[in-house]
Structures are given as structure tokens and as C-alpha cells.
Design a protein around this ligand. Sequence first.
Ligand code: AMP
Ligand code: ZN
Length: 464
Amino acid sequence: MALTIYDSMAREKRVFEPADPDRVTMYVCGPTVYSYAHIGNARSAVAFDLLYRVLRARYGADHVVYARNITDIDDKIIKAAQETGDPIDAITKKFAEIYRADMGALGVIRPDLEPKATGHVGPMISMMERLIEKGAAYAAEGHVLFSVDAYAEYGKLSGADRDEMIAGARVEVAPYKKSPADFVLWKPSKEGEPGWDSPWGRGRPGWHLECSVMIASELGETIDIHGGGQDLRFPHHENEIAQSACAHDGAPLARYWMHNGFLRMGADKMSKSLGNIVLAHDLLKDWHGEVVRWALLSAHYRQPLEWTEELLKQSKKQLDRFYRLLGEIPFTEETGAAPDSIMLALEDDLNTPEAFAGLHELRDIAGQVEGDAKQKAISRLRDAGRLMGFFNEDPVEWKKFGVSIEDRSVLDKKVSEYDEARKNKNYQKSDQLRAEITMEYPVSIETTGGVTNWVFKPKTDSES
Ligand code: AMP
Ligand code: ZN
């Protein structure tokens, strides 16, 4: 079966054919590391992680090269350093590590390459020199600007009207721009700001240039898939396309473009500037990463996704049901190939709603058989979920997630006291113990098949 993806440039689903199936290349614009990632940023990382997994399953893990950059030079980072008094490299190192850990908890596989902008300033200077030589860029007052008129196809990706874009840019036109739509490749650094020596003086690169250069250095002039959030189509990706094509004699930057939809809070896009953000880092204290991942993948990646507490609760409930079944076979990290039904759904432009339906179906099948057949069916279900980044937890651990190691042994003791009192029909004592335990710890007490145990219940869960 073919893999089809929605190409934002062609504005239609296209059959994906890599230039070289032995080396499939993808690039996703990564985080600017000056603070914590919010759950909208995580949506982008998780959506493209799923694509990466599907490509690896299809072409072989050794035949896919995924690069996601780290933007470690940016005005927002400089501002954070000024505000906190911490050195820039301490800030970027800290938040890059937190980003990796948080995304790891969400089941995001680490990309093969994580280029840092500060590691590519030399090639950025070379690209600007080339662009100036070709008449696609010019230097002015310590800046280097890209001349939008040099690229006839500017605006093709976003569909933005050229005149409108120019009108939009006109609001605050810097005097050194030849045309209002021209954008900055390089700008001068003030005293005390980080900077690199260049033919145009001491300065630093603009964000758009960084990606074009890292793609060329790490993956090549033309890559298979370029991804990012919908908000990056214009101007960021439009500018990447123009720079790269002009620097590389017209070679297109990417053969397919993919953009994820917004995660919203109510009617608004979740964004730092609106202040309506929920940090992935905070959510992961209360919810298992697979729960958050489930919630993020519950809508198709191109559709908007409304973020609610209810969505998290529902996601946990569903995963709990799957884990109950998974607990019926021995836990192993070994994973087999995913069943066709799941692969087919995901190969249809990452159709996660369809893939989730496939998981439910596999669970129903496992529920209808017994013995060996049941073990096999559960194992198939596990392989299916794992392709999507789920069911990697030991089911025993799953139930206890969120409770510290120290609390676990205390809880074990208290719950067995409770159970004893209950078995002795000392209900006054057992009721009191239950109330104490559930009030003091984020757990509920469950008795299934005659065995009583405690189960983690996020403190955000309302009592039922
Ligand atoms: P930023 O750090 O703002 O450059 O964003 C990192 C990635 O997250 C980019 O691919 C953005 O397009 C994406 N992104 C930012 N906000 C949202 C959102 N609310 N929903 C989905 N993706 C987002
Ligand atoms: Zn980029």
C-alpha cells in the first residue's frame, strides 16, 4: 500500500515517494530554548514523531534521517538572559535538556540529528555571501536582507497574496530595506549581545536563515519532508524556501510540506503571547506521558484540537482499559510488526482516529477468545499500540504512576490493613482507613477478583 500525505504546498494528498528510499530525510522546526515547551509545541513534536515512526516502519529504522533543530540564538533568549542574569549558554543548555526529557516522556523518539543554530554560523555566512553574489540579498547598515523580488515563487506555500504581504510588512518598514517585504538574514549585535564576526560586522543570524542552513548542512539541498506547525507557513517556511532555492540554483528545499493544526484553549490558539498556555512539563507531573500523548493524537494532526481536562480524563480512562488487558500477559519490551489495519490507517496521512478505532477493534477481538489465542491477540494489540508510541509501560507500573517510591510502600502497608479490616467485617475501621488513604494520597482503592490494590488517581481528577 502507498503512503499518502497531505502536502501543504500542493494543497492535496499525494503519494509519498522519497527521492532515495535508502535515505528518507525529514526536518521539523524545533524549539527556541529559553523556557518550557507548552502543550501546543508538544503537539507538533508528537505529530511528527508519529510520522517518523511510520517512515521507520516502512523504510527501515536505518533508512530514515530525522533532524529537528534547536534554536539557541534568538532575541527572546537574549531577553531571558538579561532578565534572569543567567548566561545565555546556561539557559539554552538547561531548556534544551528539559525539552528532550519532556518530549521523551511523551514518547517522542529523539531525532537522529539535533543541530544547534550556534554550531552553524560559518555556513550561514557562506550562504549569505552566495545570496549576495546571486543578487538575492544585499547588505545595508550592518544588516543583510533577502530581496523577496529575487524569488518569483515567493508566497506559493502560504498562498498569501504578494501585495497583501507587502502591505502587511509596510506597517513598520526599516529604512534600510529596499522593498518592504524584504526580510532579515543577519543583524548587527549591540554591545553586550552575543555576536559573531562577519563581512558585515559583528552580528547574529535571523531565525529563517538558521533553518535553511541547518537543513543544507545536515540533510542536503533538497529533503523529502519538511514539517512544522501551521503558524510557521508564513513567514518562516516561505522565507526558508526562498533563501534555499536562491542559494541552490533553484533546487527546491523540500519535496513535501506538512503542517500540524493548532491546539486551542477554548476559541484561541494556545500561545505564549496570549498567555493561555499549559506547560508539558507541568502536565507530566500529574499525568502519564502516554495519557498526554493519547490526548494529543486523539484528533487528526491537521485538525484543530481543543485542550481540556476532560480530554485528559477520557484518554486516561481508555488507556486504563487497554492496560487492564495488557496486564493479562507477561510484560516485555520486545515488539513485533504492527498489524496491517493500524499501518494502513497511519499510512493514510496519519489518520489517528482510524488507528485508534483499529486499537479498539483489536481489543474487542482479544476479549472474544481464550487461552493461547487470547495471549496472541493481546500481543498483537500491544504491537499495534507501540507503533503509535503507546503500551510501553509495564502494566503493574502503569497503575502506580504518579505515586513516589516512598509512598508506594506506605500505601501497600495501609491498603493491606484496610483489606484486613474489611475481610474481618470491621467496616468502621475499614471505612476510616479508606477515607484516610484516599484523602492523603492521590489514589483510589480497588478490589478486583478478590484482590485489593491502590491505583493512582491524578489529583486533578474530581472525586466520584
Ligand atoms: P515555537 O517555539 O513557537 O517556534 O513553536 C514550536 C513548534 O510548535 C512550531 O512548529 C509551532 O508551529 C508549534 N506550535 C506552537 N503553538 C502551537 C499550537 N497552539 N498548536 C500546535 N502547534 C503549535
Ligand atoms: Zn524552520
